[in-house]
Each structure stands twice: as structure tokens, then as C-alpha cells.
Design a protein around this ligand. Structure first.
Ligand SMILES: Nc1ncnc2c1ncn2[C@@H]1O[C@H](COP(=O)(O)OP(=O)(O)O)[C@@H](O)[C@H]1O
Ligand SMILES: [Mg+2]
Length: 237
């Protein structure tokens, strides 16, 4: 199933062509890495997908719904972790999920909250205050919040950023588990190693363009390294 269909989207900020007519799809059950150096246009791409930014051209379809024309249905099909998570520190992990559900106009269902907390490995800290959680736990709580509405697609902007090595491993495991459960994941990163450990396929972005698309497996490691090296060089593609 095509969970996300991005077709020729473009966005310019003044003289900067942040996203330059890119197209790709993400299917149920895969973790797709959006890899590129800082300034490549990853966050803008994800913001276009989330409908936070209006495209100059092109379309985004989430589970078949156009994010511009059928916004509500489109966004209901997806969960996002794009801006850094700002869950209220005074609430408990479980209370923060109730707060997110309330903000989204959804019924607050304790059973569903327990379910998503267990899914991200936070069942034991459900009653701990958000401010007492580690950074990695806060990230996972934000993912739990994104999972509340049972999205078919999760879009995460640099979810591995700032995590320590065990945190990166835990997050990678969680993302792969979610994919195995049938969710489609689009995950950005500016670090090749992180993406290699997590994604099944990588889109390489540079200067607003998609410059390559590669499966992540032993046969393609060398190709990916060369590609990534070339796009991070001044004067690269
Ligand atoms: N709101 C904005 N206003 C002006 N320029 C922006 C804005 N957002 C992004 N840009 C520019 O667009 C380019 C791509 O940025 P971004 O999508 O954040 O890249 P990445 O996430 O890959 O680091 C950069 O040159 C950035 O400065
Ligand atoms: Mg970014």
C-alpha cells in the first residue's frame, strides 16, 4: 500500500530553492531514510508533507488524500514528529498523552494510552513526570503521541539527533518494530550511520533535489558512502 505519495513538490524561500520538484513514495512496512547534509531541504520536505508549509507546486497524498485539498483526512492518516517535542513537563507521561488527544479533539482513552506507551517501551514510566524523563524517553513519548490515532504513516524529523548510542539503538529497534507492524515510516537524518542502521531504503537529498535512492543492504553500503561523501563536499551535486 502506498502510504505517502509525493509528486513534484517544490518550495522556494527568497533566493533559496529549498525543495526543487521532488517525487517519491513510501509504502506500508518500510522505513525510508531521508538523508542529506544540513540545508539539503529535508525539514522543508517533511513540513510540506505535514501541510505546515504550502508548496509552490506539486502534491502530497497521505493514504490517498491530498494534504492541500483533503487536509483533515490526509492528516488523520499520519503521525508527525517534526518540531522538537514540547510536551508539558509537569504532566505525567500518561497525562501528556491525554493532553495531546484532547488538543487533537480526540476522545481520551486510557486503554489506548497504555497501549502506545507499551509500544514505545515506556509502560513502566507512565506515571513519571515528563520533565523527569531522559531525552530519549521524551522522544519516544512524542512518538507514542503520534501513534495515538493509529496512523498508517509516521514522519519523523531527525528522531535520532541528540540520542546517546543506546538511545539510537532503542529508537532504531522501535522504528523497525513499527514498520513490521505495517506502519510506513519516513525518517530524516544528516548522519549516514544512523540511517544505515535503521532504514530499509534511503533517499539522498542535496540542495533541494533527490540525488539518489538506494536500498540499505550490504551490497549498497559502498555506494551509499560514496554518494553521501560527494553530497557533503562543497561543490557536490
Ligand atoms: N522558513 C524559512 N525561511 C527561509 N529559509 C528557509 C526556511 N526554512 C528553510 N529555509 C532554507 O531552506 C533550505 C533547506 O532547509 P531545511 O529544509 O531546513 O534543510 P535540512 O532540514 O535538510 O537541514 C536552507 O537553505 C534553509 O536555510
Ligand atoms: Mg532539518
Amino acid at each position: 500500500m502506498v502510504a505517502l505519495d509525493v509528486s513534484r513538490i517544490a518550495k522556494r524561500y527568497g533566493p533559496v530553492q529549498a525543495v526543487d520538484s521532488i517525487s517519491f513514495q513510501v509504502h506500508a512496512g518500510e522505513v525510508v531514510g531521508l538523508l542529506g547534509p544540513n540545508g539539503a531541504g529535508k525539514s522543508t520536505t517533511l513540513r510540506l508533507i505535514a501541510g505546515l508549509v504550502h508548496p509552490d507546486a506539486g502534491t502530497v497524498r497521505l493514504a490517498g488524500h491530498d494534504v492541500q485539498r483533503g487536509r483533515q483526512a490526509a492528516l488523520a492518516a499520519a503521525g508527525f514528529l517534526i518540531e522538537s517535542p514540547a510536551l508539558p513537563g509537569e504532566l505525567t507521561a500518561s497525562g501528556a498523552l491525554a493532553w495531546v488527544a484532547w488538543l487533537g479533539g480526540e476522545p481520551v482513552q486510557a486503554a489506548r494510552q497504555r497501549e502506545v506507551l507499551a509500544q514505545v517501551g515506556l509502560a513502566e514510566v507512565a506515571q513519571r513526570r515528563v520533565r523527569q524523563l531522559s531525552f530519549g524517553m521524551k522522544q519516544r513519548l512524542a512518538i507514542a503521541a503520534a501513534l495515538l490515532g493509529r496512523p498508517s504513516l509516521l514522519v519523523l524529523d531527525e528522531p535520532l539527533n541528540g540520542l546517546d548510542p543506546p538511545g539510537v539503538r532503542d529508537m532504531g529497534t522501535l522504528l523497525r518494530e513499527l514498520a513490521q507492524g505495517g506502519t510506513a515510516l519516513l525518517v530524516s537524518s544528516h548522519l549516514l550511520d544512523e540511517v544505515e542502521r535503521t532504514a530499509s531504503r534511503v533517499l539522498v537529498m542535496a540542495r533541494g533535489r533527490l540525488v539518489a535512492e538506494e536500498p540499505v543492504d550490504a551490497a549498497h553500503t559502498g555506494v551509499l558512502r560514496e554518494l553521501f561523501f560527494s553530497v557533503t563536499q562543497p561543490g557536490g551535486p
